[in-house]
Write a protein of this length. Sequence first.
Lengths: 305, 320
Amino acid sequence: MTSQRALAVSYRPERSRARRTLVPAWLSRTWRRPHGAFGLVVVSIVLLAAAVSLFWTPFPLLQANTDQGWLPPSPQHLLGTDQIGRDTFSWLLAGSRTTVLVAAAATALAAVIGILLGTVSASLAPRLAEPIVVLVDIVVAFPVLLIAMLLATTFGGSILVVWVAVGIGAGVNLARIVRSEITRINASDYILASRAAGTGSFSRLLQHVLPNVAPLLAVQLSVTAGVAILAESGLTFLGYGASTTEASWGRVLADAQKYISVAPASVIWPGIVIGLTVLAINLLGDAIGEALDPRLQSGGKTDGD
Amino acid sequence: MALYVLRRLGLFAVGLFITSIIVFVVLRVLPGDVAQVIGGIKATPEQVADIRVRYGLDQPLIVQYFDWFGGLLHGDLGRSLITNSPIQNELAEKLAVTLPLCVLGIVVAVVIGIPLGVYAALRHDTRFGQLVGYIAQAAAAVPVLWTGLLLILLVGKGVGLVSILPSQGFPLDGWAEPGKAIAALILPALTIGIVEGAALLRFTRSAVLDAMGQDYIRTAMSRGLTHTQAVLQHGVPNASLSVLSVIGLQIASLIGGTVVIETLFALPGLGSKLVTDVGNRDLISVQGTIVVLTALVLFIGLAIDIAHRVIDPRQRRVTS
């Protein structure tokens, strides 16, 4: 019994140190992992780019200059120009705004749907939870792209459609994962211990259950942010995402695709920017997940993955 | 077991029913006049009224729904608002492109993903093993569109460095000349294979890594097997069950996910048909296509669940 009590204590995320320092403990632990540091740096650069582009881009976005089409990269046009002489670097810089917005909004929506449905369906009596579980299972069968096209048929395509489609699609997936994780946690010894100690069910949820779901949430939400960025590029290419005058990475890629036979090199940049960002977000999610995982804290060795 | 299958079939039927409601409702939440949309802006009031009667749009929504749902039950998806041909016929025709594409893509994904995934797990402590893992993670992080474009730039006819494979279109006479048809599918299938293969590789790697930590590997090694032998003979079969269900899920997601690839490579499949229909706001066609696709995904989910029960003896005991 003593060993189980010790286990119950060690499963609680450590909070004391976080209060005393400026940087939360999980963040500095994330930073100390190579993939976490890489993710933090790249994500910070993207956030910074989005902020900067609100005030400044090297060239006005819509300034066309047809006699300066397809200029190669130069000190003036860092990444060259497109078919009508618009500066590619400026478009990518401004596009980061759309990316940050879509990724953040879709992730937030998915988190709300996932945590709410997951927690509720795991906490209710089985008979009451069943309808939620069945409904979630059905919506999971709709691929994100199909949800987006369904919405686009009714409402027309826009960034909003990307946001809602990814939020719902990823949200129901998350609900499933959160539900099974909470069910697993509820069966563990430390929950039994806290139940025996008379903790109310709601404060038990906040104090013991959700902190233990947090590592998984970090990983899943980072995957969602990545999916949102990729979905934006796919849907914009299909004509249901960003409009032709809206700066987004998907827009730059879709435009470059049209002229692949004229200027093959121009498809390279948007792809690299998107790929690096998604990769960085995924790695950051993995690292935060490891940093938050109470089981990996007490000097436990991690496998690197 | 029989009880489980029955229950699962019941859930499948409920799933189909609710899916059809969701699709129907989402396509009609706008208060706008569907008949006006079909007729276009220039349609006269008489034409709009005529369309309304012809498509039964003057009926209450609930009647319209059950008309459509009744048709669904015996395989009648209605007629396209644009071409006026039966939607099930159009779907069947488009499947002749999409189905082979998905099958080829999954074959490529399995050929790439599983051996490399097992390798990356076995050699996870070497530089090269880690490199394989990193490459897979990067390949899964770029847009499908981009992967396709890079392949076109590499080997596509006309624009590629080595111009050998057709990168646009599908033979007009379909499968009359199988060689040509397959050639047209190679690049798109490779694109699917690389993207899905990268995901499969990562999953296989972690499933095998997981199995490697189990006691039965140590037991097998104590009987004189080398570590690699033990993993290949005992670890991989144990990991294969979850890998199989991931492949099933990938097939399911591909059914809707070929949209971008078919558009990029100009293939006349289900995906590009859906893009056209959405653009035309062909409600009847969109709702028919999406319901059929989602039904396929639900069906694959059903098949995976039942297969798990049959294959994995541990699961059978839990329910009974």
